[in-house]
Design a protein around this ligand. Structure first.
Ligand SMILES: *[C@@H]1O[C@H](CO)[C@@H](O)[C@H](O)[C@H]1NC(C)=O
Ligand SMILES: *[C@@H]1O[C@H](CO)[C@@H](O)[C@H](O)[C@H]1NC(C)=O
Ligand SMILES: *[C@@H]1O[C@H](CO)[C@@H](O)[C@H](O)[C@H]1NC(C)=O
Ligand SMILES: *[C@@H]1O[C@H](CO)[C@@H](O)[C@H](O)[C@H]1NC(C)=O
Ligand SMILES: *[C@@H]1O[C@H](CO)[C@@H](O)[C@H](O)[C@H]1NC(C)=O
Ligand SMILES: *[C@@H]1O[C@H](CO)[C@@H](O)[C@H](O)[C@H]1NC(C)=O
Length: 252
């Protein structure tokens, strides 16, 4: 075989592979329509004020390159997608959203990494289904009207680095399971009505740099295990009902 026919053989193999790729690899944009429908369902559950801030959230389709018309949420206000067209960020800070998470599409947003709904009027519970957002690294629901407990299911968010839930109406105790979220670097829970004691499991959080739990109704003593949070730089625990001594381990 001479080298030119060898080259031809290689080239046709390359062509065949290229064709194979075109037909077998799904087009991007595929993930979006279901996510778009799910987000629209949540939008329709929100109060009228929200509707103006979310006016770009519409079911009108866009022409995706080389494919049919699809509804994509990727250009909507506050939404960012990855290259495959899946929603990875929701940033609706101060968007005047009023409503609950009851219709929030937890089960459709498994790629979501970043969620900020702070400074809105979201009320009701932080639902246990939050555990479905297992790719979250950042969760900020601060300055809303959330009530009830921080669900223990939050312990499934094992990639979580930032948890900000300050200035809500949360009660119940800080879940013990928070100690399983080893990547947490910021936990900000001030201005709620949290009670019970500070869980000793916080000692597991060796990356935690900022812990704010002031202005709650926490009681009991400060667990000595807190001294194991070797990266802790800022700690605010005032305005609670804590008793006992400051453990010497905090010297760590
Ligand atoms: C939203 O607006 C419609 C029509 O203006 C009104 O009938 C409805 O009560 C409003 N809903 C809320 C939750 O304010
Ligand atoms: C997390 O996101 C990655 C990348 O987008 C994805 O491959 C993975 O399936 C997601 N995890 C879950 C549990 O869906
Ligand atoms: C969470 O949201 C509040 C209110 O928008 C903001 O002040 C705070 O800085 C946010 N947290 C982070 C880590 O950005
Ligand atoms: C916690 O808040 C919920 C919702 O507001 C309320 O029904 C419940 O009684 C509160 N629990 C305690 C122990 O305060
Ligand atoms: C976290 O800390 C608690 C209490 O200090 C301990 O019993 C538990 O085994 C730790 N869990 C993990 C996952 O490290
Ligand atoms: C913090 O709690 C104290 C005592 O309950 C209260 O007087 C104060 O107003 C609270 N701070 C804020 C900013 O609400």
């Amino acid at each position: 075989m001479d080298s030119s026919s060898e080259l031809k053989r290689v080239m046709s193999l390359v062509d065949a592979l290229a064709l194979f790729t075109i037909f077998v690899i799904p087009l991007p944009a595929h993930a979006s329509p279901a996510e778009a429908q799910a987000l629209l369902k949540w939008k329709s559950s929100l109060g009228n004020h929200s509707v103006s801030s979310l006016s770009s959230w519409t079911p009108s389709p866009r022409k995706a390159t080389g494919s049919n018309l699809t509804v994509s949420p990727c250009a909507w206000y506050g939404i960012s997608c990855n290259q495959a067209g899946s929603v990875i960020r929701i940033n609706l800070i101060g968007a005047n959203d009023e409503g609950t998470l009851d219709e929030f599409p937890f089960s459709s947003l498994s790629h979501l990494m970043y969620m900020d709904l702070s400074v809105n009027s979201v009320f009701g519970h932080i639902l246990p289904q939050i555990d479905l957002l297992s790719n979250l690294t950042y969760l900020n629901l601060s300055i809303n009207r959330f009530l009830g407990k921080i669900p223990t299911e939050i312990s499934s968010l094992t990639k979580l680095e930032v948890l900000h839930l300050f200035f809500n109406g949360l009660n119940g105790s800080i879940p013990l399971e928070i100690g399983q979220l080893h990547l947490l670097s910021e936990v900000v829970l001030y201005l709620n009505q949290l009670h019970g004691s500070i869980p000793s499991s916080l000692g597991n959080l060796s990356k935690l740099a900022r812990l704010y739990v002031y202005n709650n109704s926490l009681s009991g003593s400060i667990p000595p295990e807190m001294g194991y949070m070797i990266n802790l730089k800022v700690l605010h625990m005032d305005t609670n009902f804590l008793t006992g001594l400051i453990p010497s381990t905090l010297g760590n």
